[in-house]
Design a binder for this molecule. Structure first.
Ligand SMILES: *[C@@H]1O[C@H](CO)[C@@H](O)[C@H](O)[C@H]1NC(C)=O
Ligand SMILES: *[C@@H]1O[C@H](CO)[C@@H](O)[C@H](O)[C@H]1NC(C)=O
Length: 210
């Protein structure tokens, strides 16, 4: 009896230490060099560590839609192995960033201008929302469904989002479900609706015709 209790205690201690190690390493893998060079790299200088893709923000007129400018590993190879990236989010009046997930990172959003309605849903299906004012920061925990909406009828909202991964990844909920060719019947049953409704949703999202 005592030995059973001892083994249960030992086992749970073992499990929780695995969990702690897991938490400590939850992020991009550590690299064994200062930085990671692309395979075809020849001359490496300050230019490699500079990303100029955001200059367009200051040169072009504000968008009339929701627009994202990313500086992740794909756009800015020097971020490889550095566990950081940015996205600049521009919300024209009345536009939305539909519900989505970043599988590999939390998102720390800093609202620079305008107002923004934000929200996320945790794994118990509890919704957390907020209306942000310029100057506010909001954190969307890693891997949870979240959205942002500029409800203002006139003004633009501008935000910078920081990620703790060079490649946080984005899974769009509407696109994942309705534009990837998942069978109409599977979706109709999942959403407790009919095939016609599913087809209307697919068409509205511009899904390729089957
Ligand atoms: C290396 O390859 C990438 C992708 O093919 C290309 O965009 C880049 O210009 C190349 N860099 C050099 C220094 O050749
Ligand atoms: C955004 O603002 C423009 C110009 O004021 C207006 O015509 C348009 O209806 C607004 N859009 C929304 C969704 O409020």
């Amino acid at each position: 009896m005592a030995s059973t209790i001892f083994s249960i205690k030992f086992f749970s201690l073992f499990i929780s230490s695995i969990a702690i190690i897991g938490m400590a390493t939850a992020g991009d893998p550590n690299i064994l060099s200062d930085f990671v060079l692309p395979q075809n790299a020849t001359l490496i200088d300050g230019n490699f560590f500079t990303f100029t893709g955001m200059r367009s923000l200051f040169l072009s007129s504000p968008p009339t839609t929701f627009k994202v400018l990313k500086a992740s590993m794909a756009e800015f190879p020097a971020l490889n192995g550095q566990s950081v990236s940015y996205a600049i989010l521009e919300f024209a009046n009345g536009t939305i960033n539909p519900p989505h997930i970043h599988p590999r990172s939390a998102e720390l959003l800093f609202l620079l201008g305008g107002t923004l309605q934000v929200g996320f849903v945790d794994t118990t299906n509890k919704l957390f929302t907020q209306t942000l004012t310029a100057g506010d920061l909001f954190v969307f925990p890693k891997g949870l469904v979240h959205f942002q909406y500029n409800a203002d009828p006139q003004d633009l909202a501008l935000a910078i989002s920081a990620f703790g991964s060079a490649n946080a990844g984005t899974v769009s909920i509407p696109n994942t479900l309705f534009t990837t060719g998942i069978d109409d019947n599977v979706l109709a049953k999942s959403f407790k609706t009919d095939v016609a409704t599913i087809q209307a949703l697919k068409a509205a999202l511009g899904a390729p015709k089957p």
